[in-house]
Design a protein around this ligand. Structure first.
Ligand code: ZN
Length: 248
């Protein structure tokens, strides 16, 4: 490597590292059972650029999410235009890109068809912040009353508008979209949303659902506790990855 190409090589290495992390969370989410319809996708920004890394349309090539690898991740611009990769990006990339355009704080987005959270959308009931893991969804998870694919910029804007400044939205008769500040945290947020939906449903079978109060939410998410909300559980989810270190 000569010095003239040093910066470029460094940037490419960083992009490959991001692709590895993205591929890993696809495998973890698969192992965790959150792709019940065998489809879904996670994306991230490439820091300092207007580019986004996202899953390719791997099903068209016979690939599957259980074996997501770096070559299954492709690059698009923030308008959803295909820049680089072996296969074109997923059609629903606009559910990601339109959020990045209006939420500079969001660094990663995930879309899945989690059954319990999606059922709340079908029933028209907002998921409430129940249990400590539900704190990040306060005061409630909005529902987008639109049940088609998010495969155009206009449809993506509807998702971005509905999620607002929150971290989750349920797409009625379809699935969910969640956001976070890192690839790992958006994976954790997706699991937390489905677990919160299950807990809400379980409580509703027993009696009145009494969600966390504002002060209880604050006690879970204030200061270092926000970091711990994610950092204390990442090891659990990371261990779901069926690939050994030598395969990554
Ligand atoms: Zn979908």
């Amino acid at each position: 490597m000569n010095e003239a190409t040093g910066g470029k090589v460094t940037h490419e290495t960083e992009v490959v590292a991001l692709k590895r992390r993205l591929a890993k969370v696809h495998r973890i989410i698969t192992a965790g059972g959150l792709w019940p319809l065998t489809k879904g996708h996670v994306s991230c920004r490439i820091p300092g650029t207007d580019k986004v890394l996202i899953l390719a349309h791997i099903h068209s090539t016979g690939r599957n999410l259980a074996n997501t690898d770096v070559d299954d991740i492709v690059t698009v611009d923030v308008e959803g235009g295909f820049i680089e990769g072996m296969v074109e990006p997923v059609d629903e990339r606009y559910a990601h890109t339109e959020i990045y355009k209006v939420r500079p704080d969001v660094q990663a987005v995930a879309h899945a068809h989690c059954p319990m959270a999606t059922a709340f959308g079908i029933a028209g009931v907002n998921i409430l912040p129940v249990g400590n893991r539900g704190a990040i969804f306060a005061p409630r998870v909005p529902i987008l009353d639109f049940d088609k694919q998010i495969d155009t910029p206009e449809r993506g804007r509807r998702v971005a508008e509905k999620i607002g400044d929150g971290c989750a939205v349920v797409l009625k008769n379809h699935g969910v979209v969640v956001t976070s500040d890192t690839i790992e945290n958006v994976c954790i947020t997706l699991f937390a949303l489905e677990e919160t939906a299950k807990l809400h449903w379980n409580a509703a079978q027993i009696g009145k659902v009494d969600p966390l109060t504002n002060s209880e939410v604050a006690s879970v998410l204030t200061g270092h506790r926000y970091e711990e909300y994610f950092s204390h559980v990442w090891g659990h989810y990371a261990a779901l990855d069926p690939w050994s270190d030598s395969q990554r």
